[in-house]
Design a protein around this ligand. Structure first.
Ligand code: HEC
Length: 129
């Protein structure tokens, strides 16, 4: 009788343990950090281009578009975020869109674009990171 009880208790502890592990795994997916890393990568490419004086619309277009597309994934990646988190994401996309429209054809324009995008990143990080 006592053995059966202990076996039952062992099973219960095992089941409860695996439920909490699965729960933690679901909550902590790599997607949020991955979206950020991808944005950082494309922003970094633009910053490198600026440093090397490669400021033309053709070279800037692709990383700007890729940054814009990654920024679209902030909402699904951070689903359930509260406060004005998503307003920050919207503001970031507005800054990227402005940069795309400005077609960074010279280093002064690209520099301005990267500064305002960087400020949009920082604004959210200061509050939520
Ligand atoms: C809407 C809010 C928001 C915006 C806008 C935002 N971030 Fe983030 N970022 C976060 C949060 C929250 C974290 C912490 C994520 C985590 O720990 O899972 C983070 C983390 C990061 C990280 C660290 C990722 C890691 O390896 O853990 C990098 C790099 C990053 N952000 C880059 C950027 C860049 C570049 C931009 C702008 C192009 C940007 N972020 C815009 C909210 C934001």
């Amino acid at each position: 009788m006592r053995t059966a009880w202990l076996i039952g208790l062992g099973l219960l502890i095992g089941i409860l343990g695996s439920i909490s592990v699965i729960g933690a795994w679901r909550q902590r997916t790599p997607l949020p950090a991955a979206v950020m890393t991808v944005m950082q990568f494309h922003l970094g490419q633009l910053q490198d281009a600026l440093k090397q004086n490669r400021c033309n619309a053709v070279d800037s277009a692709r990383p700007l578009q890729r940054l814009r597309q990654a920024a679209d994934d902030v909402e699904p990646a951070f689903a359930g975020a509260a406060g004005d988190f998503f307003a920050h994401a919207t503001r970031l996309r507005e800054q990227i869109d402005r940069g795309i429209t400005a077609t960074a054809a010279d280093c002064a324009t690209l520099g301005r674009t990267l500064r305002s995008i960087g400020q949009a990143c920082d604004a959210c990080h200061q509050q939520y990171r």
